[in-house]
Design a protein around this ligand. Structure first.
Ligand code: ZN
Ligand code: ZN
Length: 106
């Protein structure tokens, strides 16, 4: 049986696997067929690892973005740098996002 590795965490997956326990989902570029509330930002096949908290769509199938990608939706360069930061500094971003939610709902 052939295998491949998860592009995000490096876990060994079967070649047919389309998801990984780390949250990685195999999706066609820019086309998300399921809505999973993870930030929908994608660049060169890499998807933002952060949970989506904001959606610019109000009807139909909504795509969710993390706060930073939502703010950078029209800015390609900013979006890329947010993705790089998010990949290397995942924990920090999640922490920050939690703080932000707390502020929002308190
Ligand atoms: Zn993985
Ligand atoms: Zn994002």
């Amino acid at each position: 049986m052939s295998s491949t590795s998860c592009p995000e965490c490096g876990n060994t997956l079967s070649a047919k696997a389309n998801r990984c326990s780390c949250g990685w989902l195999k999706v066609r570029k820019e086309v998300l067929t399921t809505i999973d509330y993870r930030c929908a930002y994608m660049h060169t096949g890499r998807r933002c690892p952060l949970p989506g908290t904001i959606t610019p769509h109000y009807r139909g199938k909504a795509l969710w973005y993390c706060r930073r990608h939502y703010q950078a939706l029209d800015d390609l360069k900013a979006g890329e740098s947010v993705l790089r930061d998010a990949e290397s500094n995942h924990e920090h971003f999640l922490e920050e996002q939690r703080d932000w939610r707390r502020k929002l709902f308190n």
